[in-house]
Design a protein around this ligand. Structure first.
Ligand code: NI
Length: 140
């Protein structure tokens, strides 16, 4: 495959095109329709790869919890030690007197990464949790 740019035309309803042009404008002067469409295609391909069983992905899991909650920190540590082959790194931030934010970086097969993230998010006392997955992808 070549990296040469190929041209193709796209038909869409006028309303949708107007809204798309607003999106292009919000992305800044360095972006034009073609570049924003390329970005959106890459995002869709990354999302598709991350949803494909067997693919190796990177995950960023952000959780917020109350560190006074019973045994919670110990449970979270236990999970991370149990799956240390998937846990690349973590960062802990003390938000206020009670709340902590933790960012956990995971790498591994997409299903395993999601399972471990769900285990952490599902631990009693975790207030919020969100996993964002990505991949380098051969198309980027
Ligand atoms: Ni803390």
């Amino acid at each position: 495959m070549s990296n040469d740019l190929m041209r193709f035309s796209v038909a869409m309803p006028e309303d949708l095109l107007v809204r798309f042009d607003h999106l292009v404008a919000r992305r800044g002067l360095a972006k034009n329709r073609s570049e924003v469409i390329r970005d959106l295609v890459r995002e869709a391909l990354v999302e598709d790869e991350c949803a494909t069983p067997g693919r190796i992905v990177m995950g960023t899991l952000t959780i917020v919890y109350n560190h006074h909650a019973n045994d919670l920190q110990e449970k979270l540590h236990h999970i991370q030690h149990a799956y240390l082959e998937l846990i690349v790194s973590s960062m802990h931030v003390h938000i206020d007197e009670s709340n902590c934010l933790e960012v956990i970086i995971l790498k591994g097969e997409t299903g395993l990464v999601q399972d471990v993230a769900n285990l952490i998010i599902g631990t009693k006392g975790v207030k919020t949790g969100r996993l964002v997955m990505t991949t380098t992808g051969s198309f980027i």
